[in-house]
Design a protein around this ligand. Structure first.
Ligand SMILES: [Zn+2]
Length: 99
């Protein structure tokens, strides 16, 4: 029974890979043009952001992010509220160790 499960999984993976390979090989001109357009749009978008915004580094994960998205907690910059809370929790854990 377990062997059958693995066999089904292997067939599914095979078909998934084959489908992925085919879509990469037979890209129609309209599709590639659309993806180029999209790449252009994103590159201009990121270029605009770079010019207008300062980048800050997250105190928790060290990832650089735009200053407009900063979350400040305890005079430290974080990329998101989740990381601010995680750092808060880590700090509390060191200050008040549990038994
Ligand atoms: Zn972060």
């Amino acid at each position: 029974m377990r062997l059958l499960m693995w066999l089904v999984l292997a067939v599914l993976v095979y078909f998934a890979l084959r489908k992925n390979f085919r879509t990469r090989q037979n890209k129609t001109p309209s599709e590639s043009a659309a993806s180029n357009e999209w790449a252009d749009a994103t590159s201009t978008y990121s270029a605009n952001r770079k010019e207008s915004e300062a980048m800050l580094s997250c105190a928790h994960c060290q990832v650089y992010f735009p200053a407009s998205e900063v979350v400040v907690r305890n005079q430290q910059n974080f990329c998101c509220s989740e990381h601010a809370e995680q750092a808060d929790r880590a700090k509390n854990a060191t200050h008040k160790p549990t038994k």
